[in-house]
Design a protein around this ligand. Structure first.
Ligand code: ADP
Ligand code: MG
Length: 818
């Protein structure tokens, strides 16, 4: 998007176009050539057009502010803002005068009946006279059995019919209410469909008239008597209120299947539940109508007053939250949008808060009931290690090492997650922990998800451990039986202080004499049980988890709320720049030329193909074909290797060794390359169909280059031309910060996709969104931390404790995280 011209008048066309594009892009604040959508709009609305009327000028200035905050707004609000902006543009463009003052405001009947002393929260719906047997049976299909169930059955969304507009102001795409008098009414059988009855009402107000149509399917309605009766209901001159979505069709503006009610007089109270207010929309299921649910909610809503608010009032006041009964009532039937967002905020807070409280109290419990070995950080081995280490630790590494050593120097079990980008130096950090265990007379185990990775750790550790005169062994699926036996034995006698390996570590035959520390690399790749089985090999060993796939803080809190998290947010000095470029298929030549140039200088390259589905035969075939193509037609002068998931570990090993030794200059691979491969001489990472990967995964892959002394390149080949695909890949061109990238990944793809297989651990929130409500989550965490600090068993808060037990179990279901 380009900015406006020199003149102060906005370029109307360009603005309308920008608004339309943003709407089409699902209000994602799309990025244009020069500006983000919101920046462009904010700039545009920064200059008020001289021809605007006073009211329009005010609206114009208000919008400038609103667009400045666009980023923080939820999708619904963004949508409303875009509609507002279009309308204002049109008004100014057409030189429309300021409207005369509104007609009398709508009077909607307070929908919530006043307190009904006969209702109690646990009462069965069946026993409520106005609900009865049949309806309660249908409600039970939604899992609603008691009054309480219904109160906590939150609407999925709301339709805003609260805004009353003049007929001449109707804008397609908005939900509104209009009030007018009947000019004509017609009801007849469709000429095309004898089973369809069409009801048409033309109403007018001071500003214009509009036709409302409703359709009734079924012979019951094509009956003449019924049709005549309808016409009589709406005599000329009668005042009606109608709510619905404004649509534009070839006959002009209309309300789509609106709700209509006749009023006794202009300004009379509206009876219908569905007109003139913010209307809740509930998740339904077959055979349960929206009306049945809405009516049941209204019926039981007075019982909300008997809900006891579990949140202490000090906390509620501190954050300005509504009391629970009010929040519940206003979530279901809010008088307006603002009250609704207050109610939502309070209830979203609850969802987050109880989860965090659950995590923190569980951690507290573990701390009180489990005793670990006290691992002394001051000792010979750590001192020696510091001396043999060829580099000094980065500040971030130092900070994390000291966090860890402090944890270990206590009988409270450590449960810490270290997040750090590829190459940030997590292994060294783990070594400090391992040495603390060994010098205190305990053993340690390091488990990695793949053989490649385990081996790499092993190789690095052997180097360091030799200098310290300490033995270390590797145990994987390919370890020979004789060696395996030897290892088992040395573990049992305590001779072997450190064992590195894969899942092989959790086999029954592996027994430690005294396991004091467990290190788990790429921890998210292991299942809960696998982790638990390794821990069971010691008496509450300390646990250090590591991951090179940072996830946004909000996700980390939701997923690992009971872990302590440390971040290594700094790379060791002297790391090479990785120039990242997104190319389209037509520019492939450039990519190959670059590879050729680099190889001519003695460097090497990766070519990575996306895995469409893990262990899918097709993926293997495409890798095999790609290797063939590159070898035979593109790089005949070089050696092109191949690596994929279906190869035996020996074959993989050979392929990797050949690459490491520069016997092959190019290696074609599926994503098995992702974790842990470390070849400093490789300087090009070419990723095919990059649009199919998540950003964090691409970032991981990119981390395979730039590991040596040479400048490196990452080329993202993309088959997709969509704007979003380009924007996504653009994030990588611009940033090397894994945390930022994962945050963006979540914005683009949502938490479920970002987590991939890990998403099974995500609780199912009814209202909260991990993308949109991050700020509330942070508040909830803070509040929970403070509370646990002053009263860890919640003894002074029995209501809170009871609610926690109910909620936490429900939220977490059976997925208890280790
Ligand atoms: P990752 O966090 O990806 O597991 P590694 O622990 O494998 O990273 O470290 C990457 C490389 O950087 C290794 O070769 C390691 O020895 C080296 N390294 C780690 N810390 C430093 C440091 N502070 N200064 C220089 N090199 C370091
Ligand atoms: Mg590593």
């Amino acid at each position: 998007m380009k900015m406006m011209t020199e003149s102060n008048t906005p370029q109307w066309e360009r603005l309308h176009k920008a608004l339309a594009i943003e709407a089409r892009a699902g209000y994602s604040d799309i990025v244009g050539k020069q500006y983000r959508f919101s920046e462009f709009l904010c700039l545009t609305f920064g200059t008020v057009p001289p021809e605007a009327t006073p009211q329009q000028k005010q609206r114009w200035r208000d919008l400038a502010v609103e667009f400045a905050n666009y980023e923080k707004k939820a999708k619904l609000e963004r949508q409303q803002l875009v509609v507002k902006a279009s309308r204002l543009l049109k008004d100014v463009q057409e030189g429309k005068p300021d409207p005369t003052p509104e007609t009398k405001p709508l009077q909607t009947k307070t929908p919530i009946p006043q307190g009904n002393p006969n209702l109690n929260l646990d009462q069965s719906l069946e026993d409520i006279p106005d609900i009865g047997r049949t309806r309660s049976r249908s409600l039970s299909r939604l899992g609603l059995k008691t009054v309480r169930d219904v109160l906590f059955y939150y609407p999925r969304e709301h339709i805003d019919y609260a805004r009353q507009v003049n007929i001449s102001d109707l804008e397609a795409g908005e939900t509104v209410t209009v009030v007018g008098s009947v000019r004509s009414c017609n009801c007849f059988t469709s000429p095309k469909n004898p089973k369809l009855s069409i009801f048409q009402l033309v109403i007018k107000d001071r500003t214009g008239e509009v036709k409302l149509s409703r359709f009734f399917a079924g012979t019951r309605f094509t009956n003449r008597g019924w049709q005549e009766k309808q016409k009589k209901l709406y005599p000329r001159g009668a005042i009606v209120a109608a709510s619905g979505l404004v649509k534009k069709n070839k006959y002009g503006i209309t309300l789509d299947n609106p709700e209509i009610e006749i009023l006794d007089s202009q300004g009379a109270e509206i009876e219908s539940l569905n007109i003139g207010r913010v209307l809740p929309v509930y998740p339904l299921t077959e055979g349960v109508s929206a009306d049945v649910v809405r009516k049941a909610v209204l019926k039981v809503l007075p019982a909300a007053d008997t809900l006891k608010d579990p949140l202490p009032s000090t906390l509620r006041k501190q954050y300005g939250f509504l009391p629970l009964p009010e929040a519940i009532k206003n979530l279901h039937f809010p008088p307006d949008h603002e009250t609704l967002s207050h109610a939502r905020r309070r209830l979203i807070f609850d969802e987050f808060f109880f989860l965090q409280l659950g995590f923190l109290s569980r951690r507290q419990q573990q701390r009180e009931t489990q005793k670990s070995a006290l691992l002394d950080p001051t000792g010979k081995l750590i001192d020696q290690f510091k001396q043999v280490l060829p580099f000094s630790l980065t500040n971030a590494q130092q900070r994390v090492v000291s966090d860890i050593l402090q944890d270990l120097n206590s009988e409270t079990p450590m449960n810490r997650l270290v997040q750090g980008d590829v190459g940030s130096g997590k292994t060294v950090v783990a070594v400090f922990a391992i040495l603390a265990a060994i010098q205190s007379g305990y053993q340690a185990a390091l488990m990695a998800p793949t053989e490649v990775l385990a081996e790499q750790h092993y190789r690095k550790l052997v180097g360091w451990f030799n200098l310290l005169h300490l033995p270390v062994e590797l145990l994987t699926g390919s370890t020979k039986t004789a060696k395996r036996r030897e290892i088992h034995q040395q573990l049992e006698t305590g001779e072997l202080p450190l064992l590195v390996g894969t899942h092989a570590l959790i086999q029954d035959t592996v027994n430690f004499q005294q396991l004091g520390l467990v290190v788990i690399d790429e921890q998210h790749r292991f299942g809960v049980q696998q982790r638990a089985r390794l821990l069971d090999k010691g008496h509450s060993p300390h646990v250090l988890s590591m991951t090179a796939t940072p996830i946004p803080r909000t996700l980390a809190l939701t997923l690992h709320g009971d872990l302590d998290v440390s971040q290594i947010d700094e790379l060791p000095p002297g790391r090479q720049e990785i120039q990242t470029t997104a190319l389209s298929g037509r520019e492939r030549r450039q990519a190959y030329d670059l590879i050729r140039r680099e190889i001519a200088q003695g460097r090497q390259a990766y070519v990575v193909l996306p895995l469409v589905e893990e262990s899918d035969k097709l993926d293997v075939r495409s890798a095999v074909e790609e290797q063939k193509k590159l070898q035979e037609t593109v790089f005949p002068e070089f050696k092109v290797g191949l690596l994929h998931g279906r190869m035996t570990s020996q074959e993989k090993d050979e392929a990797l060794t050949a690459f490491r030794d520069n016997e092959t200059q190019v290696i074609v691979s599926t994503t098995v390359i992702e974790v842990g491969v470390d070849v400093p001489n490789a300087t090009v990472m070419l990723i095919e169909n990059a649009e199919r990967f998540g950003l964090s995964q691409l970032h991981q892959l990119r981390g395979r280059v730039g590991r040596g002394e040479y400048k490196s390149y990452c080329i993202l080949m993309s088959g997709s031309k969509t704007d979003t695909a380009k924007q996504r890949l653009g994030v990588l061109e611009q940033s090397r910060d894994g945390f930022f990238i994962s945050e963006m990944d979540m914005q683009f793809r949502g938490p479920g996709e970002v987590l991939g297989k890990r998403q099974s651990g995500l609780p199912d929130f009814a209202l909260a969104s991990l993308v949109e409500d991050q700020e509330v989550l942070v508040l909830a965490r803070e509040a929970a931390e403070k509370l646990v600090l002053v009263d860890r068993n919640l003894e002074d808060y029995p209501l809170l404790k009871a609610e926690l037990e109910r909620r936490y179990l429900k939220l977490m279901g059976s997925t208890i995280l280790a």
